[in-house]
Design a protein around this ligand. Structure first.
Ligand SMILES: [Zn+2]
Length: 327
């Protein structure tokens, strides 16, 4: 089992869009989630990053357990079919559909394979429970030796991407530090600081929790060197350090994706490659789905040798993780 066989299905009325939870073709589609696209008039199905009629499907019941998928197109409805001889899939006229065009859907309990850390936030001396609303305030250090604005590597607008984490879980509400927190609410504070001179060209940031005295918690000693984020513990706050010299040569989009990635850690999301052997991560007992680093996620760990699996915004995978962690 790997990410290419997992789908997130979104209903648009009586039509459905099937999102591949894994990469099918990063070379042509870049860092985006891929939708399954039907072809008009018998063409081969493909993956697309652009929603349109060809990426929508109607699902009709054939037998009790089986469904027929018809691609919605401007001219005809074509049924998705498998081949009896190999694993190829193709489109046939729905009138000619046979058993190989009947599909069985298996609902996957996503909480069994997601990658998020244990521990919780502690606000006013109390652990936040799953299902409670949390207001998170982003505090930027903007002066002194730890300023995030050193050498104009980053601007305020780069940090407002943080708001992309809103709307994915009803319990997570991000506020920039100049916005108003509802009265009577104590926010959980995520502090972001800059580190000027660390520059190995490979590491761009680190997210560490804070303990009850506000001290930054050290990374887990047993941790794999990749995963130095003190995950699994209770956090009274978070400190994100951005390595500005490493970020400097990157594109604006890439810099922003790294801020989003570190904020994902601040929300206790782990790398898609992490498993319970390296951290307190809930992982797939069904076969290492998340070990492939193929899922489209802002939480992919970028290898030194390329970024073709990297995503630039929170994805369906990230939304499911966030909801499984925080409700
Ligand atoms: Zn990371």
């Amino acid at each position: 089992m790997d990410g290419r066989q997992l789908w997130y299905v979104v209903a648009n009325g009586t039509e459905y869009t099937l999102y591949s939870m894994g990469y099918k073709d990063p070379a042509s589609h870049g860092a985006n989630e891929s939708m399954l696209k039907g072809g008009a008039g018998g063409s081969t199905p493909s993956f697309s990053t652009t929603a349109g009629n060809y990426t929508k499907w109607t699902v009709s019941k054939v037998e009790s357990n089986y469904r027929l998928l018809n691609a919605v197109s401007g001219t005809s409805y074509s049924a998705l079919t498998a081949s009896s001889a190999n694993n190829n899939i193709s489109i046939v006229n729905a009138a000619n559909a046979n058993n190989y065009a009947n599909w069985r859907f298996e609902k996957i309990e996503t909480s069994t394979f997601n990658n998020y850390w244990g521990g919780s936030y502690v606000i006013n001396g109390r652990r936040v429970q799953k299902g409670e609303k949390v207001h998170i305030r982003i505090d930027l250090t903007t002066s002194g030796p730890e300023s995030v604005y050193w050498d104009n590597v980053l601007t305020y607008n780069d940090f407002t991407v943080a708001l992309q984490w809103n709307g994915l879980s009803e319990n997570i509400q991000i506020h920039m530090n100049n916005s108003t927190i509802p009265s009577g609410v104590t926010p959980f504070v995520v502090e972001i600081i800059g580190e000027r001179y660390t520059n190995d060209g490979k590491h761009f940031g680190i997210t560490l929790g804070k303990g009850s005295d506000g001290e930054v918690l050290p990374p887990n000693e047993n941790d794999n060197p990749r995963n130095l984020h003190s995950g699994g513990q209770d956090w009274y706050g978070v400190q994100i350090t951005l390595y500005l010299n490493s970020l400097k040569p990157l594109s604006t989009a890439k810099k922003r994706s790294i801020i989003l990635h570190e904020l994902g850690h601040a929300l206790k999301l782990a790398h898609t490659t992490e498993n319970s052997a390296t951290l307190e991560v809930v992982n797939d007992p069904r076969g290492g789905y998340s070990d492939f680093n193929r899922v489209c996620s802002i939480m992919n760990y970028e290898e030194d040798d390329g970024n073709d699996l990297y995503c630039y915004s929170p994805t369906w995978h990230d939304m499911i993780n966030l909801r499984n962690k925080w409700g």
